[in-house]
Write a protein that binds this ligand. Sequence first.
Ligand code: CA
Length: 235
Amino acid sequence: MGSTGEQPFILIAEDEPNIASFAKMYLEAAGFRVEVAGRGDVALERIAAERPDLLLLDLNLPGVDGFEVTRRIRQGGAGMPILMLTARDDAVDKVVGLELGADDYVTKPFDPRELVARVRAVLRRSDAQSAPPDPDIPPVLEVADLRVEIGPREVFVRGEEIALTPKEFDLLTALVQARGLVLSREQLLERVWGYTFLGDSRTIDVHVRQLRRKLGDACPIETVWGTGYKVPARR
Ligand code: CA
């Protein structure tokens, strides 16, 4: 997005017409181009054809459900931001969706101002990812057996590439770059997700858990109880 100067294009995959048209109305008013797909399989076709800048994804969709939509997008290697729409108390759905590679979630029924703020934050982060590399940041970060290549966004453990989701990569990089410092969950939300008003640390904790699972003993992230997370200065 941004390079052509066009409005960012958001695809809403949601089968409840009231919710879809409510979200569409507010996102259009905020300056986005918006299309609605009422089925998961239709959403996948539109994604392949139109390459949206962001997908707003209901999990419980006819055709192909939202979990499977996320899995197929990430398996195809696409880094397109995915914002899940989840039911109020469905903590398990949120965790599973984040583990599959969604960037964040919005709980239904949502405040339209919050929806627009989340969409903007996710797009800002995704835009920053495609920006040219910052010359002040070393292009390769190494912590013992772990190697992070900033430009190509690749992570290696003892020479073997590990597939991370975009947010897992950003979280790992933020902590490795701040090596020796403790970062609170709020600071990590600000740096990686672009906002702080959430007060919900589940997103951070799920991503740290996934990084530990994927990187195994090479994961340098330590929990600092009651505070946040850090990568120790020496390891
Ligand atoms: Ca639904």
